[in-house]
Ligand binder design. Sequence first.
Ligand code: SF4
Length: 330
Amino acid sequence: MKNFSYVRATSVKEAVQQASTDNNAMFIAGGTNLVDRMKVFLDEPSQLIDITRLEMTRIEPTGEGLRLGALVSNTAVADHPEVRRSYPMLTRAILLGASQQIRNVATVGGNLLQRTRCPYYYDTAFACNKRELDTGCAALTGINRIHALLGASDQCVAVHPSDMCVPLAALDAIVEVESSKGKRQIPFTDFHRLPGDAPQRDTTLEPGELITAVILPPAPFAKSSVYLKLRDRDSYAFALVSVAAAVELADNRIKTARLAMGGMAHKPWRFTEAESFLVGKAANTETFQQAAELALQGAKPLEYNGFKVELAKRAIRRALTVSAKGGGIV
Ligand code: SF4
């Protein structure tokens, strides 16, 4: 392991100023993914800027919606009464995402920045463009059953691992960031990126930018929202596919629909075309099946992950059905 220095920031301003002086510095909070990566030399920062003492630990209502400070633990978000009441798919996604111990230290900001669990990325005996650009992608010809169906490139077919980020995409959350150059907001669906020819970049964050909060806009349709996660074993495994779905009805017709999936792409995948299709339709099995077919029509399976196409369609149908009936645990 390369030597690195450690500094503990006492304010956001100090943290971003410190980061602006060193392109190889990294912020650390819960460290639940970063420390793992450092142990296998995937990340070798020149310095770690500890942000755990910064004032980003509150959940508070604002004019834009419910603001989750970047250092709020995943446990605190999942347990918050307003999150449980108004955004139940977010609570469910977090509870299904990791063990209680990990949720207690993992943060809002860190959850957004966790990296793929593609096994070839973590095993330095294999080629990986995300780890080292232009070296190849072992997953393309390897065991690719957990890999992407949508939005992949010939450079990388990895999927984003987060559960929490799937409902955040469905909710049109907003990511607040700050750097030494100032503050900006990033729409959640623009925060993560597709691999293209730069698979080493997971997000649209610029060097030195620090996530300070995630804002949940008001979402009356989300009260009956559901999160469905399908995985190889029923205990803290990453999703083969997952669905965040919300259906709001008026006169037995669909007034609002939201649909996003995890385990499908390099980013949480939002199905806006299927959402538009659903609006105005009767909420029944046939409608939901048609939406699922529409959602998956662009899927491009690899050698071993073709089963995920049908799995995803069934998951969509089930999640939409449960949401239309008022929500609950799927
Ligand atoms: Fe690396 Fe992406 Fe290929 Fe996995 S899918 S080996 S992360 S380039």
